[in-house]
Design a protein around this ligand. Structure first.
Ligand code: SF4
Ligand code: SF4
Length: 378
């Protein structure tokens, strides 16, 4: 287990390491940047060595690597803030319901150093803010994964956001989606109240969302990239972080951190974007070589029984296999009621016939049942 000494020396080493030299659009290279410039831009928690990028037209600069909390450990989150990370996204439902408490502990006494983004799935916003020890959330992200439902709910989402904003409880709105991302982004682009989007942004999306990035940039909106690992190997993942950040429209790569080693490797990869470091496999190569699930959601749209097969595949192949996180896979599987949904399957095969990645969806459904029965992911 890591000690406080480890955390201090990690932060010191991170601050002292030379990670690149280039400046490009709207981004600030920490060690080379004049701290006065950082101060003029009012960058919260600025630390030399950390890069910060503007989130659309909000005026807010966030760290190129930021902390998500679908997974995580307190010490790693705290070390992230120590090292200059200034954006944390959390939800009452993450880490078995412990995420809010963990974030509250990590930012206690320094809430002015970080921007807090909440997934809009809380019971009450006021209670969640109280638990975090903050009067206002900087961002609220509305989770929407079905374009038709998003179109239907858009007016209601806007009203909720405006009501909270008028009460001073939130500042900016974002849309988060891990299915049919391009369509969901198109809807967000047509709305007038989103400042940013948080799509799943693995190798496939770096390629597929190129035209959406241009449209977002024109509209003054940014991407905060989540689920960036896709099904890449651990060894290939840092290169994907730099590939994701190759576009200035991507403000930050967001991921939960469990260890100081993860934090160090992923922060270094984010800070190295555009410097040539970690270019051994660039984004185009990663996208071309990618054969995993792209989270497109086509399989479940093809299912005549309405079974959320993409969610099952995500639990098995992403949370369990790629993230090496059986507890997260089990938690998500249970939370979405997938075991019950799967009892309706009649094995017709339409789901896998529709998969552009040729993934054997039915085999993944079987695997999920086997995992559940054997308790392999609990
Ligand atoms: S095999 Fe099952 S999950 Fe797949 S489309 Fe048919 S009923 Fe739906
Ligand atoms: S399994 Fe195939 S169709 Fe289903 S979400 Fe993944 S890539 Fe898309």
């Amino acid at each position: 287990m890591s000690t406080n000494y480890d955390r201090r020396s990690f932060v010191k080493k991170l601050g002292a390491s030379g990670l690149g030299i280039a400046l490009f659009a709207r981004e600030i290279m920490g060690q080379a940047a004049d701290s006065a410039a950082a101060s003029a831009k009012k960058i919260r928690n600025y630390k030399p060595g950390m890069k910060y990028r503007l989130v659309g037209s909000t005026g807010i600069y966030i760290s190129a690597f930021s902390i998500g909390t679908t997974r995580g450990e307190l010490e790693a989150i705290s070390a992230g803030v120590d090292s200059g990370v200034n954006f944390i996204h959390t939800s009452a439902n993450y880490i078995g319901g412990r995420a809010i408490d963990m974030v509250a502990k990590a930012i206690k006494g320094r809430t002015d150093k970080v921007y807090i983004a909440l997934k809009g799935d809380f019971a009450t916003l006021e209670e969640t803010l109280k638990a975090l020890g903050i009067p206002c959330a900087d961002f609220v992200f509305f989770p929407q994964h079905d374009p038709d439902a998003l179109r239907k709910n858009l007016s209601d989402i806007r009203t909720r956001f405006m009501t909270w904003r008028d009460k001073g409880l939130v500042k900016f709105a974002g849309l988060t989606s891990h299915k049919a991302m391009a369509e969901c982004i198109d809807i967000a682009l047509g709305a007038d109240f989103f400042s940013c989007v948080m799509p799943a942004y693995g190798p496939a999306q770096v390629k597929e969302l190129a035209d959406r990035r241009s449209a977002l940039a024109k509209k003054g909106m940014s991407i905060i990239a989540m689920k960036t690992k896709g099904e890449l190997s651990d060894a290939d993942y840092p290169a994907q972080i730099t590939a994701a950040l190759a576009s200035g429209t991507v403000a930050s790569v967001l991921r939960g951190v469990k260890t100081l080693e993860e934090l160090k490797a992923w922060t270094a990869a984010a800070n190295s974007a555009q410097t040539g470091w970690l270019r051994t496999r660039n984004g185009t190569q990663l996208a071309q070589d990618y054969h995993g699930c792209t989270m497109c959601g086509r399989c479940e749209r093809a299912c005549p029984k309405g079974i959320p097969t993409a969610d099952v595949v995500r639990c098995v192949r992403y949370y369990h296999q790629a993230e090496h996180d059986p507890a997260l896979a089990a938690g998500q599987f249970a939370e979405m009621g997938l075991a019950l949904a799967l009892t309706n399957c009649d094995n017709c095969g339409l789901c896998e016939a529709s998969c552009p990645q040729k993934i054997g969806v039915r085999a993944e459904l079987r695997r999920s049942r086997e995992f559940g029965t054997a308790g392999l992911w609990s």
